[in-house]
Design a protein around this ligand. Sequence first.
Ligand SMILES: C[S@@+](CC[C@H](N)C(=O)[O-])C[C@H]1O[C@@H](n2cnc3c(N)ncnc32)[C@H](O)[C@@H]1O
Length: 411
Amino acid sequence: MPTADEPGPDALRRKLVAAIDDWRAELFAPVDPAVRAAMLTIPREVFVPGIPLADAYDEHSAVVTKRDAHGIAISSVSAPSIVAMMLTQLDVRPGHRVLEIGSGGYNAALLRELVGPDGRVTSADVDPDVVERARRCLAAIGCTDVEVVQADGEFGVPDGAPYDRIVVTVEAADTPPAWVAQLVDGGRLVVPLRLCGLTRSVAFDRVGRTLVSRGYELCGFVRMRGAGERRELRVSLDGDDVYLVLDDGQHADAAALRTALRRPRVERPTGVVVGPEEPYVEHLDLWLATTLRGFCLLTASERAVERGLAYPTWAGGGTPAITRGGTFAYRSWRRQAAGGAELSVLAHGPDAAELAEEFAEPHRVWGRDRRTAPPARIVVHPAGTPDAELPAGFVLDRPHTRTVISWPDAG
Ligand SMILES: C[S@@+](CC[C@H](N)C(=O)[O-])C[C@H]1O[C@@H](n2cnc3c(N)ncnc32)[C@H](O)[C@@H]1O
């Protein structure tokens, strides 16, 4: 029970929605008013019991509900800010039939509000514990008409198909055919899709056999398990403190790169200055991934930074990098007294100077021509589509799909 000084759930819900509004205002992307209204109604604390009420309503906190034997999070109730963003992308209308892949209960309860009495919500999770938990929490708020089923989302839920909307709330490395087949033509799929190691929540519309993007935003999710599970390759450069993450099908000369880290670093400034709150990463990183051969991510822990081993743009996260033989380069920055930072490139290895320059150049192109340009267009075609039938752009081949990422003219 909140004390007299602590706000109760109603006040916390209003505070939550106001905080999300402020965050979205920075990104010039308001939350769908229907999603705001649903968030003001659903008691999130019921879906995340056992934590302080204020934490249940922290806009940017996901609550982990299950970990694997190694301590890695495998299930969570997503952060409200991400939930609001994805539901806005999903554009749910009253009467819609919606499939949610990855359950937790909270998002399904919001969906139930959005579709109203004439709509239908099916929520699927591969994990029986999560299914049982979601059912229990939904029942606790009297939401008994959401169907929660145990199923591997890779295959959708054919029994309830077709759907007007499908929202995937677990990170996917591919878009399996069932998602397209079970979506009405013109329907929308929102999915946290891993593209060249970068995860973006992409809103797609189904157009015949293809999915055409309508927008994307940065996000992070637990990985998909089951038939669609696809792991990235981790190449250690210094134990767990510095490592590269390579996407499917990429290779690296690990021994040579480990040696390279011990060699002096070369720095190249890019001349691109970013503001403290500028949401540049969404597009810039995807731009780098689709214009550079050998793109990957470098992660360095806080400890590695303290030890002077690496200075990525943020410790603990994936910073854009490239490798070429026994040389690698990654993005760093130099903070500026006036706020903001100039992006720079650090490189190690026998060809460090050349690779640093090669990596710095697309940063400069982005800073000059693409900063305010339209975002990438992402179109997903079925695997086996001949090259001649694909639009121009960077092609990402996956077992089920050929995804083309192209950049409209800066205009
Ligand atoms: C971030 S949680 C979902 C959050 C939830 N939508 C909410 O209301 O906050 C991701 C879930 O996806 C589930 N998951 C992982 N692989 C899956 C798969 N192949 N099919 C269905 N669910 C899967 C996990 O068990 C986990 O519970």
